[in-house]
Ligand binder design. Sequence first.
Ligand code: ASP
Length: 402
Amino acid sequence: MDRRKFLSSVALTSAALALDSEARQKNEPAPSGKRPVLISSANGFVGADGGYAMLQRGFDTLDAVGFVLKVQEDDPTDDSVGLGGLPNEEGVVELDACVMHGPTRRAGAVGGVREIKNVAAVARLVMERTNHVMLVGEGAQRFAVAHGFPRENLLTERSRKIWMLWRETHSDQDTWGPGVSSPDWKPPVPVPPLKPQALKEKVDDLAVRAASLGIEPDFRMAAAHRVLFPPTGTIHCSVVNEKGEMSGGTTTSGLAWKIPGRVGDSPIIGAGCYTDQDIGSAGATGTGEECIKICGAHTIVDNLRKGMTPKEAALDALERIVRNHNRSMDKIRFLSMQFYVLRKDGAYAGVSLWSHDTDGKRRKFTIHDGNKRFEESAYLLEGTPIDWPKTPDLNAKSPANA
Ligand code: ASP
């Protein structure tokens, strides 16, 4: 090839790539020439390269999903899943997960599992080695042990200390925390109204208490935040390979400080994850109870089936959540919901209820289509879930609605 031809072929390739990326951004069908696409919650960034390489090398799509999920389950610093997940109110980590395999149209799930770290793999075994779809609690744990999974203490020292910070400070009606004879004791004060100054004082107070529990300096503010606003956290991943085969999976430690036995949307097929080999795959992170009530992931895939784009499909699902609360911002501002949508042709969208997360950062998701990156999520409402005192006007046009 001569230099001129070479340069024009580079220009054509770049133009094609630019077009491709533009079309995907607008969530239009990907142009011909499919290639693998992997979408996940932002915390899937670390495992996305490995998962993508598996798709390229022809591994089963669920192997690639399983890889991305396991990376986070194994990471003790991700306190939203697996090892080091934030525990329930009794200080016990309980994990939930589900997977769906497009080509064989099968599903597996586990809920409320203790002492087993890689629950997404256990969910896959429920799918492959039983005639059931879901196992919970002790039965799921025994099933995992029978399949060779080790029992482990999933509570890291850091997660235990944050739990203790919550335990000692969430109520003045019990005897956890220093008592009256302690020099640190302070008479109980009524719970302050959620005003910025009162909130700041509460955070400062929690940071001092965090220091006394031995939480490392860099993490004290984050620990205070987790106590005041019990975090949810999860990893979802959906993929499509070159042949158009799809799989999806979601794994989580669920809502921090939950009532023992509480199960959110993550292991519920059709809520935290849904994959339909003919149409697409979707998953969710955020306030699980809200997602369950609208069958979030299934609603989105069904919206795709009706011809909506991935972004429209997820915005419609978010609208249903808003509608469930009669559009009352007094309630909606306490909710968080993120959806990840992948259509069979490779078109995708990350869509969030709120534009920003609780630390004021723009909501993002991970995408890998040969180029791994974060993209900013589309959104229904401008602001953060705890955007106080200013609450957005639901009737105002948000960029997502424009
Ligand atoms: N959806 C999960 C649950 O409710 C938590 C999360 O995604 O943050 O258990």
